[in-house]
Design a protein around this ligand. Structure first.
Ligand SMILES: O=C(CO)[C@H](O)[C@H](O)COP(=O)(O)O
Length: 221
């Protein structure tokens, strides 16, 4: 139920294969891939061709977070590149229901992400169609930012809606997740944790991934 999804945004790309494999050895459940277009967010990363190359490194599910305008234009490209979960932003896709349907029709899990300022209310009529909701706990675009504490109320509100309605939706949190706050984030109701700088800036990436996993197991038992 509880999963760690290391975000390669903060990784050393000159050593990317080894570093991804270290997270896998440490118990990573997913690999989180942040795609940024320089329009939706003020940063540019990589696209489907790079993900296709990374796909050769591991069989772990690829959790692809599209921080791009009009993501519906590229869903098939990311499926072909090896994505298992595709998350789009509510703010970036005008016909969001159609985009979710498009992702699911390709046999992939569909996620929807909400920026810190976007209320849950904006997706309340789509909840039956969504597999994962990504609550941004920082403003998207950069790794290494501090978690916005006000997101506590949002995650807790979403957890209550999911549980009260017996919905099968994962809650992912992304941004500022660290060893010293992951248990608190879990207590808010999140169950998938994206960790970028906390893992990839560590001296021992494998050991650090293990520490995050351990935090989830400890609280679980
Ligand atoms: O989506 C992201 C930024 O837009 C990153 O996944 C996120 O910021 C993770 O990095 P860190 O754990 O260092 O905050």
């Amino acid at each position: 139920m509880y999963k760690i999804s290391p975000s390669i945004l903060s990784a050393d790309f000159s050593n990317i294969k080894e570093d991804i494999l270290k997270t896998v050895e440490g118990g990573a459940d997913y690999i989180h891939l942040d795609v940024m277009d320089g329009l939706f967010v003020p940063n540019i990363t990589f696209g489907a061709p790079v993900i296709k190359k990374l796909r050769k490194i591991t069989n772990k599910p690829f959790d692809v977070h599209l921080m791009i305008e009009k993501p519906e234009r590229f869903i098939e490209d990311f499926k072909d590149a090896g994505a298992d979960i595709i998350t789009v932003h509510q703010e970036a896709s005008i016909h969001l229901h159609r985009t979710i349907t498009q992702i699911k029709s390709l046999g992939l899990k569909a996620g929807v992400s909400l920026n810190p300022a976007t209320p849950i209310e904006t997706i309340k009529h789509l909840l039956n169609d969504i597999d994962m909701i990504l609550i941004m706990t920082v403003n998207p675009g950069f790794g290494g930012q501090g978690l916005i504490k006000e997101m506590k109320e949002k995650v807790m509100e979403l957890r209550a809606i999911i549980d009260d309605n017996n919905l099968d939706i994962d809650i992912q949190v992304d941004g500022g997740v660290k060893l010293d706050n992951i248990e608190e984030l879990k207590s808010w109701g999140a169950n998938i944790f994206v960790v970028g700088s906390g893992i990839f800036k560590a001296k021992d990436i494998e050991l650090e991934t293990k520490k995050y996993k351990q935090k989830l197991i400890q609280k679980d038992s």
